[in-house]
Design a protein around this ligand. Sequence first.
Ligand code: PHE
Ligand code: NA
Length: 457
Amino acid sequence: MPQKSHTHAQWSSRLAFLLAAVGSSVGLGNIWKFPYMTGESGGGAFVVVYLICIALVGLPILMSEWLLGRLGQKNPMSSMQKIAGRMKRSQSWGLVGLAGILGAYLILSFYSVIGGWALAYIKYAVTDTFSTLDGDSVGSLFGNLLGDPSTLLLWHSVFMIMTVGVVIGGVAGGLERAAKTLMPALVVLLVVMVGYAATTDGFAEGVRYLLLPDFSKLTAQTILAAMGHAFFTLSLGMGIMMAYGSYLSDDVNIGRTAVIVVFMDTIIALMAGMAIFPIVFSNGLDAGAGPGLIFQTLPLAFGHMSGGWLFGILFFVLLVFAAWTSSISLLEPVVEWLEEKTSMNRKAATIAAGLATWALGLATVLSFNVWSDIHPLGIFDKFSGMTIFDLLDYATSKVMLPLTGLATIIFVGWFMQRDELKSQLNVSSGAFSLWYVTSRFVAPIGVAVVFVFGLIN
Ligand code: PHE
Ligand code: NA
């Protein structure tokens, strides 16, 4: 993303915008989180619900955020306040923006720790650790990493420094341009991995697990998880896409661009699943292994396939890169908020935001070892076994993002004028009506119902 300057620049090209949006959306959410959530929720039924949420909730909210940003031309909170003020609506809509900034801060604190895991795995790949692994030792490699807080802290710090470095240097645009070659490279590598998975005897079972829904596995919890992940994976509900929208020039077709981003994001997640589950089944591993799933499966593939040493390095480098373009988009709103609310200049604000995120990240680092038995909300049945990391994930994906997303879509669907929306979106009237009905009724009602049932159940 180009630097925000006082003369609010427009995107130099549509491609630059698209790269930034894909850079933010494609990340650990696709390759790390989607597969393990699928595995924890029992497979295909979760995937089907997730895809429905992407189409009926994610896509219309993505379009709404871009549209709001383009109209507001300011940071997310002020954009909403400005549009609200113009329509004589309450300024408290700005609170939605504030909740988004808090969400970005909380997410980045654990995102960086997981980015650190991926960094550690680059090192394992380079030192050829994978070639000797079997089903047991792949688990202990990961277990040993998690059990070692100082190593986790080291890599978390490196990842945070990388993120802060880009935002301070104002070279985020350069990173986005690199995405132009590296994202396709990631896709190619995933194809290679799926190709390898196809040679294993667990392939059919893995694909069936991923794509054949067994709806008896669905609970209110897994539906809420799928919906929350639709927000997470598309970077919604945090004002990030809204901020990007403020750089969007009027001639860009929001609907078409949103479909491209959503398609890319979804395909990458599904390919990651197709690469991982066959390995799970052919090695007798546990699909419900949780956050360690990719780290306990793909290294086996790299250990066995020809060229695996090189592919392993490439894969984890590209994973880190994808996580990096997402993490800079998470830090950005926090920095902008600090810059605006305090007297700090950009550099100081970036360092302060980075330090604050790094510090909170320590709680996630310790959640996997020293503090693994600390369950802050243990007195409530529902949260009994949850570590601080689990709670951060729960609070953001399952509470904050759905609520801010809900507020955004209600704002757009019910408080803005139909004509203005229509001219902003500039699509055929059929497509517009579809979007409008979804935004006014389907998405808000769906989110509200899933949210309420997920919480009380
Ligand atoms: N969408 C990113 C991913 O899937 C994560 C992210 C969430 C980035 C929220 C920005 C905001 O990895
Ligand atoms: Na994503």
